[in-house]
Design a protein around this ligand. Structure first.
Ligand code: ZN
Length: 460
């Protein structure tokens, strides 16, 4: 199979590609594969059947397990520059953050661009086709961070959900970050409007969407939270923030605002399906019920939660209450890898520890990383393999030693620890072929990114 990158666009006839006879596929009635036309899936082919209409190309998927492209709903790309940093390892959230703030203010525009490129590439290689980032760091020189993230996503061909994050409450006003890492509310709101006007595409099939993401209750003002919600309504975009990550945050909210985090969320007007929360761990029964009723999404970040010992997300109760549950790798300083397939495995494990071995299956963990994540992002055009949805696919082989002897191919992906896709398709175009990102020199990227990261060793 060759050449689907050359597929015509616009008014020209769209080429039809049959991904045929997969080893296994996470889709109903598609044992014979699927047909992709342009950027979309147009047909599921039953086992032993032929497509309904002639195809232009065929890809033999008999060595591949095919799943919907994974969707990452929380990350901080810049943190790839401070993985396993000596100032931060072995610390819980607040001391970890305070240590890293002293390093992050030294990130240069060049380093930030490469951090973005590296994170997108890592995600893509793990089978991720829609990469969300929560970028809240705007020291001098990084004012156009959203522009850089959109630009890099377009170069790589990955679907992006870039959230314009922010911090406006510094130490002197009772917040956590130093003043040099914050911007004032008006600057943030003006730039939010700018990037929404420039890049946000609310249409089905969008390759770039923008969301608004004040960082967390302990580093932004209530005014910014409220006005971001109003701006999101005007531009039809999603809202994102960290909430319920640690017990320290509960204590902070009670002391600073006299209320628990979910009461705070309600007061600032965020209890709606527009909002999805990173972590969402420390909610009581009543709060779970209220979040579910409002349709607020929760991005479960299992690897990060275990690394920082933040706690165990109440995924099953939240889903049962009606809240979309998705997955995220979280920033690379608290999850030192950006591998979403690894996150799927970690989600299975930590949730089994919480709920028992029979209550959470590999299919549940995969559902969170695909359909659940899509719902968090407010999208119904990605996240499942079915006609009408975008052709975002991750194809894994079971050729490595770790899979030898495995029987159920879909379960093997999760239980044996798949972590690198053989092929990845985004919007009908192959972006990873034979385990390598198309058009990317990963060796050079590793060298350049690593070199720039060295300058951030700081006072360690
Ligand atoms: Zn985070």
């Amino acid at each position: 199979m060759t050449g689907s990158d050359a597929r015509p666009r616009g008014d020209e006839t769209l080429r039809r590609l049959w991904i045929r006879d997969p080893l296994a596929i996470l889709a109903e009635g598609a044992g014979g594969g699927i047909v992709v036309e342009g950027s979309r899936i147009v047909e599921r082919v039953a086992a032993g059947a032929q497509p309904a209409a002639p195809v232009d190309e065929t890809f033999d998927a008999s060595r591949h397990v095919v799943i919907p492209g994974l969707i990452n709903t929380h990350h901080h790309f810049f943190q790839t520059l401070t993985r396993a940093h000596p100032l931060a390892i072995n610390k819980p959230l607040f001391p970890w953050l305070k240590a890293l703030y002293t390093v992050w203010d030294k990130i240069t525009p060049d380093a930030f661009r490469l951090a973005t490129r590296l994170a997108y590439t890592e995600l893509l290689l793990s089978g991720c086709t829609t990469a969300g980032d929560h970028h809240y760091l705007y020291p001098k020189g990084l004012e156009d961070s959203v522009d850089v993230q959109v630009d890099e996503a377009r170069s790589l061909g990955i679907r992006a959900f870039v959230t314009r994050g922010s911090m406006s409450l510094s130490e002197k006003d009772g917040g956590l970050p130093p003043e040099c890492l914050t911007q004032d509310d008006d600057t943030i709101l003006a730039d939010s409007e700018r990037v929404l006007n420039l890049f946000h595409d609310a249409k089905p099939g969008a390759m770039v969407r923008i969301g608004l993401a004040p960082c967390s209750p302990f580093n932004v003002t209530k005014r910014l939270m409220r006005e971001s919600a109003a701006l999101a309504d005007r531009h039809d975009c999603q809202l994102h923030t960290h909430l319920g990550e640690t017990l320290d945050e509960d204590a902070y909210c009670l002391e600073m605002f006299g209320q628990r985090p979910v009461d705070y969320l309600e007061e600032i007007g965020w209890m709606s399906p527009r909002a999805w929360l990173a972590h969402g761990i420390h909610f009581n029964d009543d709060e779970v019920r209220r979040l579910g009723k409002a349709g607020v999404g929760v991005c479960h970040c299992p690897t990060s939660n275990m690394t920082l010992a933040s706690g165990q997300c109440r995924t099953c109760e939240l889903e049962a209450a009606g809240a979309p549950v998705g997955l995220g790798v979280d920033g690379s300083a608290s999850n030192d890898s950006s591998n979403l397939m690894e996150g799927v495995r970690h989600a299975l494990m930590i949730n089994r520890l919480t709920y028992g071995a029979e209550a959470v299956t590999h299919l549940d963990a995969l559902r969170w990383a695909t359909e659940g994540s899509a719902r968090c992002l407010g999208r119904d055009d990605i996240g499942r393999i079915e006609p009408g949805r975008e052709a975002d696919l991750a194809l894994f082989t079971l050729d490595a030693l770790r899979f030898s002897g495995a029987h159920d191919p879909l379960a093997a992906l999760v239980l044996c620890g798949a972590h690198r896709a053989d092929r990845v398709m985004v919007a009908g175009r192959w972006r990873v072929v034979d385990g390598n990102p198309v058009g990317m020199d990963t060796r050079k990227l590793r060298e350049d990114h690593g070199r720039l990261a060295l300058s951030l060793l700081g006072g360690a």
